[in-house]
Ligand binder design. Structure first.
Ligand code: PXP
Length: 245
């Protein structure tokens, strides 16, 4: 019997905006890149609207939701101002993540139990706006069960500790935690996604876990696009300056 392949790829394009914001230019345009990602297999486009707006801006979210053909997954902190924006923008999906001003990227998953009431209220508001709600959590059974209690329909398992493992033994241990939590989450009725720190070498073992239905991957894909795109970018500029003579 041929098993139906059912893994989705969400492409996180935050770092397209990072390059733009570094110069305050109008390029590169995250929407343009999102459309190319979709043409090449992305099943959804993920952006994190951070409190400090260090990369993605409000207007990016509004344009993405208007122009993207697949789904937009808006990552955000448990922050009333951003939840208000999400309820008015109405992306198809939201993923609630912990957020610290000083961090380089999201560090660790949500501690669902310690903020159950606030999470439940935010989740209800988002769901009322027709948005599917995910929580980004560490692969721990108690976080998964409390996510369901608070109303999340999806858990995104944090794969950062697996990705950062310093030994093969630790990596195997982390992989096993992720696998067990994916099975547990599915069994109790949640949709299970995963992401963070996944790259071209470490993704295959996570992608092989059947219960995980979607992976969200950003930094490594944007980094790879420099590798695969630099030749064309340089030769294009060289042609312009040579043709001008
Ligand atoms: N999932 C979540 C919840 C994230 O916060 C991020 C980073 O924004 C990712 C996935 C993607 O991580 P990476 O950029 O390391 O692929």
């Amino acid at each position: 019997m041929i098993r139906k392949k059912n893994m989705l790829l969400g492409v996180n394009i935050d770092h397209v905006a990072t390059v733009r914001q570094a110069r305050g230019t109008s390029y590169p345009d995250p929407v343009e890149i999102a459309l190319i990602a979709e043409e090449n297999g992305a099943d959804s486009i993920t952006v994190h609207l951070r409190e400090d707006r260090r990369h993605i801006q409000d207007h990016d979210v509004e344009r993405l939701i208007r122009l993207v053909n697949t789904r937009v997954n808006l990552e955000m902190a448990l922050n009333n101002e951003i939840i208000d924006l999400a309820c008015s923008f109405k992306p198809s999906d939201c993923c609630l993540v912990p957020e610290k001003r000083q961090e380089l990227t999201t560090e660790g998953g949500l501690d669902v139990l310690s903020q159950m009431d606030q999470l439940a209220q935010a989740t209800e508001r988002l769901k009322k706006s027709g948005i599917r709600v995910a929580y980004f959590v560490d692969p721990e059974p108690k976080q998964i069960e409390s996510s369901q209690m608070a109303g999340a329909e999806v858990v995104e398992l944090h794969t950062g500790t697996y990705a950062d493992a310093l030994s093969e033994k630790q990596q195997k241990y982390e992989l096993n935690r992720i696998r067990e939590c994916a099975v547990h989450g599915t069994k109790i009725g949640l949709t299970v996604h995963a992401g963070h720190g996944l790259h071209y070498e470490n993704t295959v073992e996570i992608a092989a876990i059947r219960e995980i239905l979607e992976l969200n991957i950003g930094h490594s894909i944007i980094a790879k696009s420099l590798d695969v795109g630099i030749a064309k970018a340089v030769s294009g500029m060289k042609k312009i300056i040579m043709d001008a003579r």
